[in-house]
Design a protein around this ligand. Structure first.
Ligand SMILES: [Zn+2]
Length: 601
């Protein structure tokens, strides 16, 4: 919480116009400043900065955020590094710098725990089972030492007793080694093979523990002052130099996958510690390599979490390919049966991730039936919209068109508009505006601070929004009333690792459309984004019930439902009349006024 307050203090003090001006020549444009985007080749210029709101957004490439986000992207810094730099400039004392002593103390605890676990592993009696497991996976004594492996004893208080007197219960808790229970603290890791997680200097900062049986199979340290799983990759300390030299990284799921491949001579391998990759992990990779080859197990690679992770990597500007293996093989079995060369071949032959996705669609649905075609289109829509590169989107549309034997233009239209570009400062033609709908109006009104959530709370719930907008709506619903509401929302979204929604939020806050009459625009947005969709859903439900009643021969029920249907249809008709009376509304599709744009031309 303290960090949140520090970050808020930094953002209140920093002059975003001055900050951005160090890198980009800005000119005043309406209530914002405008320049050529430093993140893509921009001739327009389409990069907007708003000093009052503390936000920036590029209407060319879709990137956006606040001052900290800008510094992170342009200087390729982590969040803490960027926050630290701005803290120094603005004279804010960041919690983390006060915590330096704290961190050293925690490192000492984790190092002592790693020694304790390592000693257990070589203990003749206690460590026998863990040693047998590690040997069965091909890790000999030299490997235990090299990778710092260990064993957590069964029982509830071994770590507590071994380290408690030296460091105190509170420190063990802060280091994530013990868990707070009803009757005091107890050991987090019990009867598990232990894999220390090292920082870039090779110091242990956390652990992953593997159970022999039972769930969870893998248990990680919680987030501590030293460790945040969403910003770490297992094995990076060993792999960094090889990754840089090769220009690419191989990404696997588990601890043993990393170690097996390192032992087989593939030293540019790191572990994502689960298949759902985060933006923080992607940023880390992006600072070291241009390409990532995903080498997950066959079953996990096609999962929704894995596909989303691949998109995060791709949207971070990395090339992404996916290694494929024969039926019932995975990286571990491949190396064991055929050696490191086989794995190297699999990495070499890895396919671009969109190709991998298209193949997995074709394997799951029959592209020759109408139902199969529909299922493929429906499933591919989110995937397509989550890709931020226009050429790549076109290639995906072409691939799906080929697969379904449909015209590519029709498929592209069906898959929907490109994210973050539908209202563009530089190239907002009528076709791109057509995709801006009532929900966009509503989010825009809220994120600009024209309308407070309290004002719409009686009419709207978070669930009224499209699924991809719900975390955004949720942040809005919980935000304090503030003129810099979007800045606050951006912070919450970044905490959750939802980078693409950060960009979405700045897009709504800074999009060059002007609401001539806020009250009417709001009324209109509520009607079209909330009330009418609800009526339409109701109409569909009643329609289905009517068909069911008819099939079952329940004619009384059928008559009652038909009257309901008429009542709902009347409501829809009345709404249409209201709409016509209002004529062109607050903003109106054709009336959108580009703030700076209209003045300029
Ligand atoms: Zn840009």
């Amino acid at each position: 919480m303290a960090l949140r307050q520090d970050v808020q203090a930094i953002k209140e003090r920093v002059d975003i116009i001055a900050l951005v001006s160090r890198y980009v020549t800005l000119a005043k444009s309406g209530s914002s400043h405008k320049g050529r985007c430093p993140f893509h080749k921009d001739d327009t210029p389409s990069f907007m900065v708003n000093g009052e709101k503390g936000l920036w957004h590029c209407f060319g490439c879709g990137e956006g955020g606040d001052a900290i986000g800008f510094l992170m992207k342009i200087e390729k810094l982590s969040f803490m590094e960027a926050a630290q730099r701005l803290a120094e400039e603005t004279g804010v004392s960041l919690t983390s710098s006060r915590e330096d002593g704290e961190r050293d103390a925690l490192r000492a605890v984790v190092a002592a725990a790693a020694e304790h676990f390592a000693a257990n592993l070589t203990d003749a009696r206690a460590g026998a089972r863990a040693r047998a497991y590690l040997e069965s996976r091909g890790f000999d004594e030299a490997a235990w030492k090299r990778y710092g492996l260990g064993y957590a004893l069964p029982g509830w208080d071994n770590v507590k007793r071994a380290l408690g007197a030296r460091f105190g219960a509170e420190r063990l808790l802060q280091a994530g080694l013990v868990v707070e229970g009803e009757k005091g603290t107890y050991d987090r890791f019990r009867d598990r093979t232990m894999f220390p997680i090292f920082d870039l200097s090779g110091r242990p900062i956390a652990f992953g523990g593997r159970a022999f049986e039972g769930e969870p199979k893998y248990l990680n340290s919680p987030t501590t002052t030293l460790f945040d799983k969403s910003r770490y990759l297992y094995g990076l300390h060993w792999a960094r130099d090889a990754m840089r030299a090769a220009g690419h990284a191989v990404l696997v799921e588990g601890y043993t996958d990393v170690l097996t491949l390192h032992q087989a001579g593939l030293t540019n391998v790191v572990g994502s510690m689960g298949t759902s990759l985060t933006q923080g992990q992607a940023d880390l990779l992006g600072r070291l390599v241009r390409e990532v080859v995903i080498a997950y197990d066959r079953d996990s690679a096609g999962g929704a979490g894995a596909v989303r992770g691949m998109q995060i990597l791709r949207n971070s500007g990395l090339d992404v390919r996916v290694a494929r293996y024969a039926e019932d093989e995975d990286p571990d079995s491949l190396v064991r049966k055929y050696g490191g060369g086989a794995m190297r071949d699999a990495v070499q032959d890895a396919v671009p991730f969109h190709q991998f996705y298209l193949d997995s669609l074709a394997a799951r649905h029959n592209p020759r039936t109408v139902a199969g075609k529909e299922a493929i289109l429906a499933e591919a829509r989110d995937f397509y919209r989550g890709v931020r590169s226009l050429p790549l989107q076109q290639e995906i549309a072409r691939g799906i068109a080929d697969l379904l034997d449909l015209p590519p233009e029709g498929v592209a239209r069906e898959l929907g508009p490109r994210r973050g570009r539908s209202v563009a400062g530089g190239d907002g033609g009528p076709s791109s505006r057509a995709s801006w709908g009532a929900e966009d109006d509503l989010l825009s009104l809220l994120l600009r601070g024209d309308v407070t959530w309290a004002r719409v709370a009686g009419t709207v719930t978070v669930d009224d929004f499209a699924p991809e907008h719900r975390p955004l709506a949720d942040a809005l619903a919980n935000a304090p009333e503030s003129p810099r509401i979007c800045d606050w929302v951006v912070e919450r979204l970044r905490e959750q690792g939802l980078e693409d929604l950060v960009e979405r939020a700045t897009y709504y806050a800074l999009a060059p459309v002007k609401f001539a009459d806020v009250d009417r625009a709001l009324e209109d947005a509520l009607e079209h984004a909330v009330r009418l969709p609800r009526l339409e859903r109701k109409l569909a439900e009643v329609g289905a019930a009517i068909r069911a009643a008819a099939e079952a021969g329940q004619w009384e029920e059928w008559a009652r439902l038909t009257r309901d249907q008429q009542a709902v249809a009347d409501e829809v008709a009345q709404a249409a009349v209201r709409d016509a009376r209002r004529g062109m509304h607050g903003r109106g599709q054709g009336e959108a006024q580009g703030e700076g744009e209209a003045k300029a031309g």
